[in-house]
Design a protein around this ligand. Structure first.
Ligand code: ADP
Length: 225
């Protein structure tokens, strides 16, 4: 069974009287344990596609199934419930909650799951990403690379079967980018987590086992390593 199945997916946005087609009948299937890079020019629909795959948004037409569960006709609450069960998402701009410390940000998904060991587990995850000594810092007191690592720890807290990451190494220096890359690929190696990465970094894309090239909302190329 595919862990992610995208069938005839289109997405249109209404811009005044104009309809903008951002994704146009996109089809692909991803098997559990795979590592995939979605590449393509800016504005080609990569972020929109990632959001639809992760259940953050819904398609205009077509269907997305995650772990065999169709994401169509679901309320936001129902999609959030599916996401909390097995999806991790790393956002381009981190999306940490500014009023919470690093530790509290990582605790959010654990508390949603009513884990009694939320604090201890969150601290373990922060330590794993090298930030055990930044637990009480607020996002504004952290560098970009540190914020990205907190967001990775938060995504890992969900123990995701599938991890989506939007430009995970974008805007970071080479050393921090390499560290983040290792954390993400180690999750795949150690726990078999499926990775779906949007990236403009071709070196990062080459480390995955499949590259989906998207242009103008359509798949141009779908190649396996
Ligand atoms: P990429 O990630 O490849 O740069 P995006 O998926 O972010 O592309 O955007 C694709 C196109 O959709 C862009 O032209 C963008 O302006 C447009 N777009 C994205 N989100 C919205 C939205 N919420 N409303 C209207 N247009 C949008």
């Amino acid at each position: 069974m595919s862990i992610l199945s995208v069938k005839q997916v289109s997405k249109t946005y209404q811009s005044g009287s104009r309809k903008l087609t951002v994704l146009d009948e996109v089809n692909f299937d991803i098997q559990a344990g795979d590592t995939i890079a979605i590449v393509g020019p800016s504005g080609s629909g990569k972020t929109t596609l990632l959001g639809l795959c992760a259940g953050l948004d819904s398609a205009s037409t077509g269907s997305v199934s995650l772990n065999g569960q169709s994401m169509e006709n679901l309320s936001e609450d129902q999609r959030a419930d599916i996401r909390s069960k097995f999806v991790g998402f790393i956002f381009q701009n981190f999306q940490l909650l500014p009023t919470l410390t690093a530790l509290e940000n990582v605790m959010v998904p654990l508390e949603l799951k009513k884990r009694k060991d939320a604090k201890q587990k969150a601290l373990e995850l922060l330590t794993k990403v090298g930030l055990g000594n930044r637990a009480t810092h607020y996002p504004t007191q952290l560098s970009g690379g540190e914020q990205q690592r907190v967001s990775i720890a938060r995504a890992f807290a969900n123990e995701p079967k599938i991890l989506f990451a939007d430009e995970p190494t974008g805007n970071l220096d080479t050393e921090t980018g390499e560290m983040i890359e290792k954390l993400i690929f180690d999750l795949n190696k150690e726990q078999g987590t499926t990775l779906v990465l949007v990236t403009h970094d071709l070196e990062l894309a080459k480390k995955t086992n499949r590259i989906i090239h998207i242009k103008g909302g359509k798949i141009q190329e779908d190649t396996y390593a």
